[in-house]
Design a protein around this ligand. Sequence first.
Ligand code: HEM
Length: 399
Amino acid sequence: MTTTTVSPAPLTDPALLTDPATHAEGDPHAVWAWMRAHAPVHRQPATELPAFWSLTRHEDIRAVYQDGATFSSARGVLLRGAARGDDPGGGLTLALTDAPRHRKLRNLMADWFNTRAVRALNGHIRSATRAVLDRAFAHGTCDFATDIAGRLSLSVIARIIGVPERDHEDLYRWTDEAFEAHTSLLAHPRIVEYFTELLFLRMEEPTDDLVSALVHGTVDGELLTEEEAVLNCENLIGATENGRLALIGGMQAFLEHPGQWQRLAADRSLLPGAVEEILRWTSSATHSMRVAARPCEIRGERIEEGDRVVLWLPSANRDESVFEDPYRFDISRRPNRHIALAAGEHFCIGSTLARAEMSVLFSELLDSTSRIEQTGPVRRLRSIAVNGPERLPVRIVPR
Ligand code: HEM
């Protein structure tokens, strides 16, 4: 069994965390480790970003997630430049809505993401996985990020939303272009146009898909507006970026820890635990932001109404007071109380789906390949919102 223990070198400037280069080439874990020990509730003064509080401990982050009445999501859940103001999707999409509307909107979508729905989708996840792997086998080498993880996660969410199979390739190309350019999916005119057209089609002819539910479902007796329906579709596609990053980060973790891959190959009962460890290890959502809806105190620091509070998830998932030897990748880690998928009322609605995609992909890789090797350098995302490899060149040799 190969396990690596890496303790970060001391690095102490919290401002580094707002620089995308830190997450691409630097060592944000070293900064978070220092902050957990010395400044667990830290106020970052305004720059081109507005001032914000940083939380780095598991306990504090979990408590904020669980107190939606004090910590609002409606003005945005990601840090944005001060000049850009609040998120224009505030109050319109699931992630950017507070109770009680949030619960009602979530109920409209929940049926497509619960355990039963995901179980029913398992056959599709498996055939989509086999299709991307067959393509990779045919090429010999590929980029695990785009050719495998990206195609797989897009194909699954597109099916849930109700995008016909013939349009998956176009949608995949547009989202890949938007991710590549680091712009919002809304900046891609074809994506908005596409979902608007789909919406009108389902208005006339509803089917059993998520778009139809968004078009015909009501919240407090009112239909959603066209803007709300389109934004929620776009948001679901955007949210799968996290699922994609967990798949790529999981593969990278196994390539760096071949002993863990061999353990899994020898004992498949370790798979559910491996999925949880990948979620903890990769923590692909780098932060969630909340805005204080009323004054409060965290560890003796006074948070004023309107203050932004940033929750650094990868830090929570390396908190040494919760995880034994947190810098070790260990697929049999137990307990594993990670909060990579958030907590409380905004707990990731795609969690069951993301776990299913990981289980299927890694078990199919174990079944159908004799060797997987990295063929070039990994390139990490330059972003403070999500983190992980955006390029992972590999050679996959079938059995
Ligand atoms: C199939 C893939 C996924 C889909 C469709 C998805 C979808 C969503 C959606 C719609 C929300 C908003 C829920 C709400 O406000 O009630 C959400 C929240 C969240 N998801 Fe996921 N997700 C996926 C995978 C992941 C993965 C793999 C991670 C991290 C490892 C993740 C982390 C989160 C976090 C941290 C939140 C809370 C955001 C906030 O409210 O601040 N998601 N997810």
